[in-house]
Design a protein around this ligand. Structure first.
Ligand code: ZN
Length: 320
């Protein structure tokens, strides 16, 4: 289990405990200030206890139940006369949306339920996810206001860019390949997507394909070597795991990497693992589809052709 999720869970747990303690102190204070309330609370507690005991011994509690109803009504009256409501005795969570659990139940259109990350959890995860994503190498590559100006001269591209931005906010980006000559905004758009996901607390990773190759080579060497410093080992392991496990992976600049004996097998493994587990991959390349087909004959091209939406970047101007 990734330690970041454990850290976040313990923060949420502390928030729950804290609000519970604060509430207990507050309740004590309220009861102290209103002795008649304290008295009735005591009576309600005793009656409830007696009803429980009776039910254990299979005795009837009809009289006690009506007594309990009477006491509860009396409690309501006292609360009203003191200007208090019963909500004031309930612990108030730090996050009211999720009650400090970090997740919210949502009902899908088909009636099934899903747990989604609550905003409070997302904001706890976001800084770590951003730091791990590698987007810091691309300052300014983000869906900030005005970022669409680059595509303004090309209405089709502008529309595509706007759609992609909205899909990224909803975390609905499909597997996609951005192709077209250099300077048309492919890497810019791909990194902006990765940054958006990280900002929303999702694991995201941007890496040039050539670097991914080096990383996997380093990983192979590490496995064969007798000794690797522990922190280095952890860093390499985590990055390698991210290639297949990150919610979104940007493989930048396909086609310029040096060809090695492992290139195609590594790439195929990453793509297949991610397709199987439903994780999103974005590939950018300066090659056109025909050249790509010639270069990656067989299974790699087949995966891209079948499972990836193809976006041709054609806008004027110059950008990465
Ligand atoms: Zn929350």
């Amino acid at each position: 289990m990734d330690s970041i999720y454990e850290d976040v869970r313990s923060i949420l747990e502390n928030r729950r405990i804290r609000s519970q303690i604060l509430q207990e102190q507050k309740n004590e204070q309220i009861l102290k200030e209103h002795p008649q309330l304290q008295k009735i609370e005591q009576e309600i507690a005793e009656t409830t206890e007696q009803i429980l005991l009776n039910s254990l011994e299979s005795k009837s509690s009809d009289d006690l139940s009506s007594e309990l109803r009477r006491l509860n009504r009396k409690r309501e009256d006292i609360l009203k006369s003191c200007g208090l409501s019963s909500d004031e005795f309930e612990a108030q969570p730090y996050c009211k949306k999720c009650g400090d659990t970090g997740y919210i139940h949502i009902m899908n259109k088909d009636g099934s339920e899903t747990d989604v990350l609550c905003e409070c959890m997302r904001s706890l995860l976001a800084p770590v996810m951003t730091a791990r994503s590698g987007v810091d190498k691309y300052p300014g590559y983000s869906f900030e206001k005005g970022s669409d100006a680059f595509f303004a001269s090309d209405p089709t591209m502008l529309e595509t860019y706007t759609k992609i931005r909205l899909l990224a906010e909803k975390e609905r980006i499909p597997n996609a390949i951005f192709y077209g000559s250099s300077g048309k905004g492919k890497t810019f758009t791909a990194v902006s997507i990765a940054r958006q996901y990280a900002k929303q607390g999702r694991s995201s990773f941007v890496i040039r394909l050539a670097e991914a190759q080096e990383l996997l080579m380093e990983h192979r060497k590490m496995i064969q070597s007798f000794y690797t410093p522990a922190d280095k080992e952890r860093a390499v392991e985590r990055k390698v795991a991210y290639l297949t496990e990150a919610d979104i992976l940007v493989l930048d600049d396909l086609g310029v990497e040096p060809r090695t004996a492992n290139t195609e097998a590594d790439l195929l493994n990453i793509l297949d693992t991610r397709i199987l587990s439903g994780k999103t991959t974005i590939i950018t390349t300066n090659l056109d589809m025909d050249t790509l087909k010639d270069r990656y004959r067989g299974r790699v091209f087949d995966r891209i052709d079948r499972s990836f939406a193809k976006f041709h970047f054609s806008a004027g101007g110059s950008r990465a």
